[in-house]
Write a protein that binds this ligand. Sequence first.
Ligand code: AVI
Length: 331
Amino acid sequence: MSMTHTIIQHHCSLDAETLRRQFAHDVLKGLSQSRKSISCKYIYDERGSELFCKIMGLPEYYLTDCEKNCLEACKGSIRETIGRGRSNLIELGAGDGIKTKILIRNLLEHDHDFQYCPVDISESAVVNLSQCLNREYPGLKIRGLVTDYFQGLTWLSQQNNAKKVVLFLGSNIGNFSPREAMDFLKHLRGSINRGDYLIIGFDLKKDIETMVRAYNDAQGITEQFITNILSRINRELGGEFNLDCFRYVSNWDDLSGAIKSYLVSTCNQKIHIRDLNSSFIFNEGEVVHAESSYKFTTDQCSVMAEVAGFDVVDNYFDDRNYFVDSLWIAV
Ligand code: AVI
């Protein structure tokens, strides 16, 4: 296998020990609050990333198929809008990149001069994706970066050699609170130049049953995915969580417009976490917030674009209007 076109970079400020300390700090903070929470970004270690790949293939999790449908429909139009000049296709939170392949294949078929830069917090995700793309498209130039979104944006702001086309797919934006989402988009806008592009995926509001089912699959994979947060605390911080003493609950919160996912303590318990030098009391029925998945209207998406400093070039919907990939230009 040729690796001549692949470079994997680790962002130097995010070595394994820094990440572990940050994890410990955030868990201590989250579990010390009166309303306990753990940031969903910690679900994504190797096991969590694997489980998320499984989720994307579940019949109930409509988001992935819908987005593939959007990208298939708009790949030509996106290619024409980007134009022929040299570009960097930068994907934040690349995961397994299956959807992105639709765009990559189309650009390669039309001889576009571009480099693909997958950015992901999971090293295994970046390495596996780069190797897989390398096998499939030996001529593709790949520059992978192992880091979180924010460090990824710092790196992005330093790349000024070509037009930037940033991909933020999968409705990853929905895992931020509305304020975090706006901060992130403004920060992203500040990291690219006028005339650069963002392709961003939003899961749209729809009937509640469809949305709730996507987070309560029959095989229980989503439950394993969310519960991985506790296993990871056990593995990496010496936690003593018994997974059988927590139950997964996920429901629609109309007020915020999000699916909210929690782990609920099924008994009164006290859990020690060795590396935090602390124990935490969980009462029977007490909830730990693990993830919010916000859903959007197209009007909300347009307002977000404008406030962050972008114009909406076009919106691409799937057949059922469940999902939109929106093409924005930095103004
Ligand atoms: C990555 N993110 C957009 C997914 C979502 O839909 O919020 C994560 C996920 N959580 C449960 N299922 C999938």
